[in-house]
Design a protein around this ligand. Structure first.
Ligand SMILES: [Zn+2]
Length: 214
């Protein structure tokens, strides 16, 4: 059984307090139900018994997939106490470790790793897609609401650019991305031990060194 804490949560709408179960670590192989609820976001969905408002609450949680060997920490801020010191041991066992700051990036990261795709490559591909979309005047940066990884199939990555009425899908060969990454191997190295955040801000930081690393 996955361990959870029950905390008294104060509703931000009515101030009423009600119990909410919060998990620290979810071992998804032994908890398929929790895995599904994590992926769908249902685990973070609460409804206040007093005012009946429904909303999402985000709290630090480590999603651990032992068969595929990856761990994703959902945490807005730096590492949560329960992951202190666990990084190096997991990396030794071949784990990829990441931190995600939002629920959206968290579920996307799970999809990327379940596809056995390289998330550094995915973020680069998204960046390239952004450049292509705006350079070819399909739309302006302001038109774009999000750029999302869809899937990898037959070594082709599908990236969606979401924009009001100008949404587009881009198909990007993995081999092409591999070539691009070969040229800057050092630049794209990540240190899994530290649960790094690999997202669009991280990619942008690579190309603007004066801002330092995200
Ligand atoms: Zn309420």
């Amino acid at each position: 059984m996955a361990e959870y804490r029950t905390i008294d949560y104060r509703c931000p709408y009515c101030g009423h307090t009600f119990p909410v179960n919060m998990y620290d670590v979810i071992d998804v192989d032994s908890e398929p139900d929790l895995k599904d609820r994590c992926r769908s976001g249902d685990l973070f969905h609460v409804s206040c018994p007093h005012c009946r408002k429904e909303y999402m609450i985000q709290y630090p949680l480590l999603y651990l997939d032992r068969s595929r060997r990856f761990g994703i920490l959902l945490s807005e801020r730096e590492a949560a106490p329960f992951v202190h010191g666990v990084g190096p041991a997991l990396v030794k066992e071949g784990y990829r470790l990441r931190r995600c700051t939002s629920l959206q990036s968290f579920t996307e990261k799970i999809t990327i790793f379940e596809d056995d795709a390289d998330d550094v490559m995915v973020e680069l591909a998204k960046y390239d897609t952004f450049i292509e979309y705006t350079d070819n005047r399909k739309g302006t940066p302001e038109d774009i609401s999000s750029i999302e990884y869809q899937r990898t199939e037959n070594d082709v990555m599908k990236i969606n650019v979401r924009a009001d009425d100008k949404s587009m899908s881009f198909l990007i060969p993995v081999s092409m991305m591999k070539e691009e990454m070969e040229q800057e191997k050092e630049l794209y190295k990540v240190h899994d031990e530290d649960f790094p955040v690999i997202d669009s801000a991280w990619v942008i930081s690579l190309f603007t060194p004066e801002d330092g690393k995200a």
